[in-house]
Design a binder for this molecule. Structure first.
Ligand SMILES: O=C[C@H](O)COP(=O)(O)O
Length: 241
């Protein structure tokens, strides 16, 4: 199982101290089969990479520019730059960026550039509350997958993160059966090799006990709770208990 910590726009150099606990945990037997990945803000990727030297914790960025080339794009960072400072993963298509106007087409270009830079991609998809109410979840997910992954033949380095927008930061999670069926639907879109599908949206040490019972989920993309080492570790421990 994969446990991805998305720190969003939180954290500074002093946050590095909180990682000691996670590093110790990652080297203990308690980690079982858990694979930990941290996606801090870009300002902290190098420091995280140094800190995680000698342990099995992956590092990722939270977004990247679509161009694989360097260029005059003020305020942006491309996938090569992320790779160069120690990232192995990048989150692309997060709803917080889609909300800012990131289109499926742009997401497709970003994914291609990230794969070219040899980063693994955590590709976020999910419906809004109004789309859910209009029973459009499946058509929205199909469109996001179809355009987002257009002309990408080798999908082996792509993880899908299903994050219903209404579940992010709201404390609300989908009903277990609905979530199982949605993940099954997402996987049905892939013919040959099934991608790993993560769930994200208000995952915490309390609701993980139910979420872990949904047996087609391959891991979790965790926002708020991942900023606390204790909560993040608890989520992993409870998944295996
Ligand atoms: O990337 C993480 C998700 O947006 C979930 O965030 P959350 O756990 O704070 O709801």
């Amino acid at each position: 199982m994969y446990f991805v910590a998305n720190w969003k726009m939180y954290g500074n150099l002093s946050s590095l101290n909180t990682l000691d606990k996670v590093i110790r945990f990652s080297k203990s037997k308690e980690i079982k089969g858990g694979r930990l990945i941290y996606c801090p803000p870009n300002t902290l990727i190098s420091s995280f990479a140094k800190k995680f030297n000698n342990c099995q914790i992956g590092i990722g960025g939270q977004n990247c520019h679509e161009s694989k080339d360097y260029g005059a794009h003020t305020g942006h960072v491309n996938s090569r730059m992320l790779k160069n400072i120690g990232a192995h993963f990048v989150i692309i298509g997060h709803s917080e960026n889609r909300k800012q106007g990131e289109s499926d087409k742009l997401i497709n270009l970003k994914i291609k550039s990230a794969l070219e830079a040899k980063l693994k991609v955590i590709f976020c998809i999910g419906e809004t509350l109004s789309e859910k109410r209009k029973k459009k979840t499946r058509s929205i997910l199909s469109k996001q997958i179809k355009i987002g992954l257009k002309n990408i033949k080798n999908k082996s380095n792509i993880f899908i993160a299903y994050e219903p927008v209404w579940a992010i930061g709201s404390g609300i999670i989908p009903k277990s059966y609905d979530l199982f069926k949605t993940i099954e639907f997402i996987k049905s879109k892939f013919r040959d090799k099934l991608p790993k599908v993560l769930y994200g949206g208000s995952v915490n040490p309390e609701n993980i006990t139910n979420l872990k019972k949904i047996n087609n989920i391959d891991g979790f993309l965790i926002g708020g709770a991942s900023q606390s080492a204790k909560k993040f570790i608890d989520i992993v421990k409870k998944t295996y208990s």
